[in-house]
Design a binder for this molecule. Structure first.
Ligand SMILES: *[C@@H]1O[C@H](CO)[C@@H](O)[C@H](O)[C@H]1NC(C)=O
Length: 294
């Protein structure tokens, strides 16, 4: 008798748990909003149309792997953190427009815009390069959780790709509440989340890789306006924020932009844990492109 009662209770409890999980899944996540504190600024090549950025501490000095875009200006390069000095650089074919870059093991993977092509470089010798046929028809951003390569193509989907076979294992649709987030660009895998620059904005989305939900927005537009206000003489006009790099060991977050003469270490600071409708509207106006139903 007691056993039956316990079983029934257990069953009821399990059903309640299931219902609760289901209810949680169907309730859209309201993203938190973050601003930032400036920690440190570094020089950055103002002629670099930054498309991909990856921190690396395996050298004598700390450095980045950087991918630059624009036809005729596209490179893969090794850039010293402290000085911004280009230590090594390899030019892409003149017809290539470089995009995202990530390091996986001792290889670098670089995407090429409007092409399914992926370049695979040996980190020790950038001339040791293979051209691979990636699984997508366009390449924007790329990062890795050391299991999959994670790719964006300017849409609102992220593709998880098997590095061995270059086949898509799964895709996830990125949403802010009920809205799709388009133009996902440069990516960085940080503490179990995917951080993405949204093209043509100065926003970074912190995305849950399992559900695609935007858990938070980091609003960085003041970084660009403050830098523009310095009126630094340069050949090309500064473009949007692009390039996220993270040092796992120390938790330092680095960002820069296309044709930015500076690279910054910034520390995200919580502005609003549960933003009111007006704050949310303002963030979405800045970060979510208008063709997303927003
Ligand atoms: C992936 O591997 C690199 C190199 O060992 C390491 O620095 C990084 O923290 C790893 N990332 C994850 C998400 O495990």
């Amino acid at each position: 008798m007691a056993t039956t009662a316990a079983l029934v209770l257990g069953l009821l409890f399990a059903v309640a748990l299931l219902l609760r999980t289901k209810a949680q899944l169907s309730v859209p996540v309201t993203p938190q909003l973050f601003t930032y504190d400036m920690v440190k600024e570094y020089p950055h090549d103002p002629d670099a149309f930054t498309q991909g950025l990856q921190f690396d501490s395996s050298g004598d000095t700390e450095f980045f792997w950087e991918s630059t875009g624009m036809r005729g200006q596209s490179t893969v390069r090794q850039v010293e953190l402290e000085t911004g000095k280009v230590l090594r650089s390899k030019a892409l074919d003149r017809s290539d427009f470089g995009e995202g870059l990530t390091k996986f093991g001792n290889k670098l993977y670089q995407e090429v815009w409007q092409s399914g092509k992926l370049y695979e470089y040996d980190t020790l010798n950038l001339d040791d390069v293979k051209t691979l046929a990636g699984p997508l028809s366009d390449g924007w951003g790329i990062t890795t959780d050391n299991k999959s390569l994670i790719l964006s193509d300017g849409s609102s989907s992220l593709s998880f790709v098997d590095p061995a076979t270059l086949t898509v294992q799964r895709t996830v649709l990125v949403t802010d509440g009920e809205f799709q987030v388009h133009a996902l660009n440069e990516l960085e895998y940080i503490n179990g989340e995917i951080w993405a620059n949204i093209w043509l904005t100065d926003c970074i989305a912190r995305i849950d890789p399992a559900t695609g939900a935007v858990k938070a927005w980091i609003l960085l537009s003041q970084l660009r306006t403050a830098l523009q206000a310095q009126n630094i003489q340069q050949t090309y006009q500064m473009d949007v924020l692009n390039g996220i790099a993270y040092d796992d060991a120390t938790g330092r977050l680095f960002v820069t932009g296309k044709y930015w003469p500076r690279l910054y270490e910034v520390k995200p600071r919580l502005q609003s844990a549960s933003p009111n409708p007006l704050e949310l509207l303002d963030a979405r106006r800045r970060c979510v492109k208008s063709n997303s139903g927003f």
